[in-house]
Ligand binder design. Structure first.
Ligand SMILES: [Zn+2]
Length: 131
C-alpha cells in the first residue's frame, strides 16, 4: 500500500529516472538514498539513468495481488539499465513468448493503477521490448 505523501515525495525520481551517485565510492542508488549503503557517505550527486537496458530475469504473474487483478496475467522483470542499475518493472506490449533474458527494453513511464476511492493515479516504469 502506497500512501499519497510517499507517492508525491517520490515523484521527481519516478518521472525523471533520477538516481543518486555517491561522491566517494561511486555507488548508484535508485531511488536515491540519504546514506550510501556501501561507504556510509552522505554526499550524492544526482544523475539521470539511461532509459534502456536488458532483461536479466523475468516471471509471468498469473495470480497477482488484488490491486492488479484486472491486469493478470502479466510479465514482470528485472531490467539492468546501461549504467548497471537494476530496476523491477512490468514488461508490456508483447507476447510472453517474445520475452527472453538478454533482450533489450526501453523504460517508459506508464499508468500502473488507480489507487482507492480518491482515484490517485500511480505511475511507474514499464519495459517495452526494443527488438
Ligand atoms: Zn559510497
Amino acid at each position: 500500500m502506497i500512501t499519497p505523501q510517499r507517492y508525491w515525495r517520490e515523484i521527481p525520481q519516478r518521472y525523471r529516472l533520477e538516481a543518486g551517485k555517491c561522491r566517494r565510492c561511486g555507488y548508484v542508488a535508485f531511488p536515491p538514498r540519504l546514506i550510501c549503503p556501501r561507504c556510509k557517505n552522505r554526499e550524492f550527486e544526482t544523475i539521470k539513468l539511461k532509459d534502456e537496458g536488458k532483461i536479466v530475469s523475468y516471471t509471468i504473474i498469473r495470480v497477482p495481488p488484488e490491486q492488479f487483478s484486472d491486469q493478470a496475467p502479466y510479465a514482470i522483470g528485472i531490467i539492468e539499465l546501461d549504467n548497471e542499475v537494476k530496476i523491477l518493472a512490468q514488461i508490456v506490449d508483447c507476447n510472453f513468448d517474445d520475452i527472453a533474458i538478454g533482450k533489450r527494453v526501453k523504460i517508459e513511464l506508464r499508468k500502473i493503477r488507480t489507487e482507492g476511492e480518491e482515484g490517485i493515479i500511480c505511475y511507474g516504469y514499464k519495459g517495452v521490448l526494443i527488438e
